[in-house]
Design a protein around this ligand. Structure first.
Ligand code: SF4
Ligand code: SF4
Length: 92
Protein backbone atom coordinates (compact mmCIF):
# COMPACT_ATOMS: atom_id res chain seq x y z
CA UNK A 1 0.00 0.00 0.00
CA UNK A 2 1.25 3.50 -0.83
CA UNK A 3 2.14 5.84 2.02
CA UNK A 4 1.36 8.86 -0.11
CA UNK A 5 -1.39 10.92 1.50
CA UNK A 6 -4.32 11.75 -0.75
CA UNK A 7 -4.51 15.47 -1.47
CA UNK A 8 -7.54 17.03 0.17
CA UNK A 9 -9.50 19.56 -1.83
CA UNK A 10 -9.56 22.97 -0.19
CA UNK A 11 -13.23 24.04 -0.31
CA UNK A 12 -12.84 27.73 0.50
CA UNK A 13 -10.35 30.44 -0.29
CA UNK A 14 -10.04 33.44 2.04
CA UNK A 15 -8.65 36.67 0.69
CA UNK A 16 -6.18 37.97 3.31
CA UNK A 17 -6.45 41.48 1.88
CA UNK A 18 -10.20 41.80 2.45
CA UNK A 19 -10.75 39.54 5.48
CA UNK A 20 -11.33 41.74 8.54
CA UNK A 21 -10.85 38.83 11.00
CA UNK A 22 -14.37 39.16 12.38
CA UNK A 23 -14.84 35.44 13.26
CA UNK A 24 -18.28 35.23 11.67
CA UNK A 25 -17.36 32.38 9.32
CA UNK A 26 -16.02 30.37 12.27
CA UNK A 27 -19.22 31.08 14.18
CA UNK A 28 -21.65 30.12 11.44
CA UNK A 29 -20.14 27.00 9.87
CA UNK A 30 -22.66 24.25 10.72
CA UNK A 31 -19.95 21.60 10.77
CA UNK A 32 -17.61 23.69 12.92
CA UNK A 33 -14.97 23.22 10.24
CA UNK A 34 -13.51 26.72 10.28
CA UNK A 35 -11.25 27.87 13.06
CA UNK A 36 -10.36 31.47 13.82
CA UNK A 37 -8.36 32.40 16.87
CA UNK A 38 -10.59 34.76 18.82
CA UNK A 39 -9.33 38.21 19.84
CA UNK A 40 -6.45 37.94 17.43
CA UNK A 41 -6.75 40.37 14.58
CA UNK A 42 -3.60 39.07 12.92
CA UNK A 43 -4.57 35.48 12.16
CA UNK A 44 -6.74 34.42 9.27
CA UNK A 45 -9.42 31.78 9.69
CA UNK A 46 -8.38 28.33 8.58
CA UNK A 47 -10.47 25.41 7.47
CA UNK A 48 -9.55 22.61 9.83
CA UNK A 49 -11.50 19.80 8.25
CA UNK A 50 -11.65 20.52 4.51
CA UNK A 51 -12.89 17.08 3.53
CA UNK A 52 -15.99 17.51 5.69
CA UNK A 53 -17.28 20.67 3.97
CA UNK A 54 -20.64 20.17 2.29
CA UNK A 55 -20.55 23.44 0.34
CA UNK A 56 -23.56 25.00 2.01
CA UNK A 57 -22.19 28.50 1.34
CA UNK A 58 -23.07 29.93 4.76
CA UNK A 59 -19.53 31.14 5.43
CA UNK A 60 -19.53 32.96 2.12
CA UNK A 61 -22.96 34.52 2.67
CA UNK A 62 -22.20 35.86 6.13
CA UNK A 63 -18.78 37.28 5.31
CA UNK A 64 -19.21 41.09 5.49
CA UNK A 65 -16.42 41.79 3.00
CA UNK A 66 -16.95 39.00 0.44
CA UNK A 67 -13.55 37.61 1.35
CA UNK A 68 -14.58 33.97 0.90
CA UNK A 69 -14.74 32.11 -2.39
CA UNK A 70 -16.20 28.62 -2.49
CA UNK A 71 -14.21 26.28 -4.71
CA UNK A 72 -16.39 23.42 -5.81
CA UNK A 73 -14.57 20.18 -6.66
CA UNK A 74 -14.57 18.98 -10.26
CA UNK A 75 -16.89 16.06 -9.45
CA UNK A 76 -19.57 18.51 -8.34
CA UNK A 77 -19.15 20.95 -11.20
CA UNK A 78 -19.21 18.26 -13.86
CA UNK A 79 -21.95 16.11 -12.35
CA UNK A 80 -24.37 15.36 -15.16
CA UNK A 81 -26.73 13.24 -13.07
CA UNK A 82 -30.30 14.42 -13.53
CA UNK A 83 -32.35 15.58 -10.56
CA UNK A 84 -34.76 12.63 -10.62
CA UNK A 85 -31.90 10.14 -10.36
CA UNK A 86 -30.43 12.08 -7.47
CA UNK A 87 -33.56 12.86 -5.49
CA UNK A 88 -36.17 10.44 -6.78
CA UNK A 89 -39.45 11.14 -8.49
CA UNK A 90 -42.52 12.31 -6.64
CA UNK A 91 -45.33 9.80 -7.26
CA UNK A 92 -48.79 11.28 -6.75
S1 SF4 B 1 -19.40 25.97 2.87
FE1 SF4 B 1 -20.62 25.50 4.72
S2 SF4 B 1 -19.71 23.61 5.54
FE2 SF4 B 1 -18.23 24.47 4.09
S3 SF4 B 1 -16.84 25.71 5.34
FE3 SF4 B 1 -18.47 27.09 4.58
S4 SF4 B 1 -20.04 27.11 6.19
FE4 SF4 B 1 -18.70 25.33 6.56
S1 SF4 C 1 -16.40 36.15 7.85
FE1 SF4 C 1 -15.07 36.98 6.21
S2 SF4 C 1 -14.09 38.78 7.13
FE2 SF4 C 1 -14.94 37.57 8.82
S3 SF4 C 1 -13.20 36.25 9.49
FE3 SF4 C 1 -14.41 35.09 7.98
S4 SF4 C 1 -13.39 35.46 6.01
FE4 SF4 C 1 -12.70 37.05 7.44
Amino acid sequence: MSNQAKAVHNPIRINPETCVRCNLCDWICPGDLIYKEEDNRETLPVIKYPDECWYCGLCQSICPTNAITIIFPEQMVRNKTDVVSLLGKVVE
